[in-house]
Ligand binder design. Structure first.
Ligand SMILES: C[S@@+](CC[C@H](N)C(=O)[O-])C[C@H]1O[C@@H](n2cnc3c(N)ncnc32)[C@H](O)[C@@H]1O
Length: 382
């Protein structure tokens, strides 16, 4: 059948996703990023779905779930159930996307041409690519990262990897959820290493998609070492780290001529008093340059207090960028003394230093018809 391609503006519109597994995860992340009001109906959810801002009906599908929705995704992975969902939608004249139908038509979104690339086409067997996915905006992956992602037989993805990148994967790609939900459900690092090695030894080409850059607090080194030890071909594709790009996107350059000659990126996942902490917080408090903190929201009060005791001026400008580069982005501005009290939640990048208030904000942005559609269509062009 001839098809009529459409891109939908779904901001605030009710969308129903039936299914809570990996198929559903792909489309749900993308729908949330497009601003849809998503309800997922499924007895269970993947860890990555659990942390998305969605409504969850924890049960099996009922035909009446389709009432009053604009769009339905049938993504249970069971064709007989998806067909029932599609029939209920058809009866109510609601458009329904069946996961099985959709992917052949949209596979070109991730690839660089109109053909569906496969590992076989590229002669690439039994290897691993550790790919930096960038901070969240699907356009901030590198060209090479995107190409290798399109070639993968297996994708092992972090929670911070963009949903839109996953949504464009071919139907036959095995998607493994390595969601590292802070203080929540996690696949252990040991298990992730084993999966990479296991799939590669089985002759698969594995894309390990990691938020930001694989080596910036990303355990890329451990995964690379596991592959090398198992004799597996492995390639690292550096990514755009959130430490630099997330501040940059909101008008905070982490260096600025005449203001700072250094920047330091620090993990704040342990409080300064913790016996396992490897950070010299006293030395950092005596620095004049820019301090960028990752994974520090939970310990921010203890960290800022320690920096002030060590000599950093409490009036030093500070900013927190939460969910940077995504549609959920939020910015908090303050000083070293009060930045921990402003209510930010992870994931967030914290910038401390004069650069936090050097440029005028908000930045005048380039005109675009709609940010959601613009992101989507640019991805479509490959
Ligand atoms: C485990 S570290 C991984 C960092 C990643 N490898 C990178 O280079 O960006 C996760 C932390 O990165 C930061 N982060 C990553 N993406 C972010 C985003 N889109 N917005 C704000 N912070 C982000 C947060 O501090 C988060 O807790």
């Amino acid at each position: 059948l001839n098809q009529y391609p459409l891109a939908l503006l779904l901001v605030g519109r009710k969308v129903l996703v039936v299914g809570g597994g990996h198929l559903a995860q792909r489309c749900t992340s993308a729908l949330v990023e497009a601003g849809a009001a998503v309800t997922v109906v499924s007895p269970s959810l993947t860890p990555a779905l659990e942390v998305l801002p969605i409504a969850w009906l924890r049960r099996r599908f009922r035909s009446s779930d389709v009432d009053d929705t604009w769009l339905v995704h049938a993504a249970t992975g069971r064709p007989e159930v998806d067909t029932l969902v599609a029939a209920a939608a058809e009866e109510r004249r609601v458009f329904c996307v069946q996961a099985d139908d959709r992917y052949p038509a949209t596979a070109v979104r991730v690839g660089s041409g109109s053909a569906r690339p496969t590992a076989h086409d590229f002669g690439r067997r039994g290897g691993v690519a550790l790919i930096g996915a960038g901070p969240g905006d699907p356009e901030l992956i590198t060209v090479k990262g995107r190409r290798l992602l399109a070639e993968a037989d297996v994708v092992v993805a972090d929670r911070l990897a963009s949903g839109l990148l996953l949504d464009g994967l071919r139907q036959d790609v095995e998607l493994i959820d390595a969601a590292k939900v802070p203080y929540g459900r996690q696949l252990s690092q040991q298990k992730i290493n084993e999966l990479l090695v296991d799939r590669a030894l089985a002759g698969k080409f594995v894309a390990r998609l990691k938020g930001g850059d694989p080596y910036i607090f990303g355990r890329g080194g451990e995964e690379l070492a596991a592959c090398v030890e198992a004799g597996i071909a492995v390639e690292v594709v550096p990514g755009v780290t959130s430490a630099i790009s997330v501040p940059a996107l909101v008008g905070i350059p982490i260096t600025h001529r005449g203001m700072t000659h250094e920047f330091t990126v620090v993990s704040g996942h342990l409080p300064p008093s913790h016996p396992d902490s490897l950070v010299d917080w006293g030395a950092l408090g005596r620095l004049r340059g820019t301090l960028v903190l990752l994974m520090a929201v939970r310990n921010l009060a203890a960290i800022t207090a320690r920096l002030i005791i060590a000599g950093r001026d409490p009036a030093t400008p500070a900013a927190i960028i939460q969910d940077g580069s995504t549609s959920r982005e939020r910015i908090y501005r303050g000083t070293l003394a009060d930045i921990s009290t402003l209510g930010a939640v992870p994931p967030a990048v914290i910038v401390i230093g004069d650069v936090a208030k050097i440029l005028p904000v908000p930045l005048p942005s380039l005109p675009s018809p709609s940010p959601t559609i613009q992101k989507q269509s640019a991805a479509d062009q490959g």
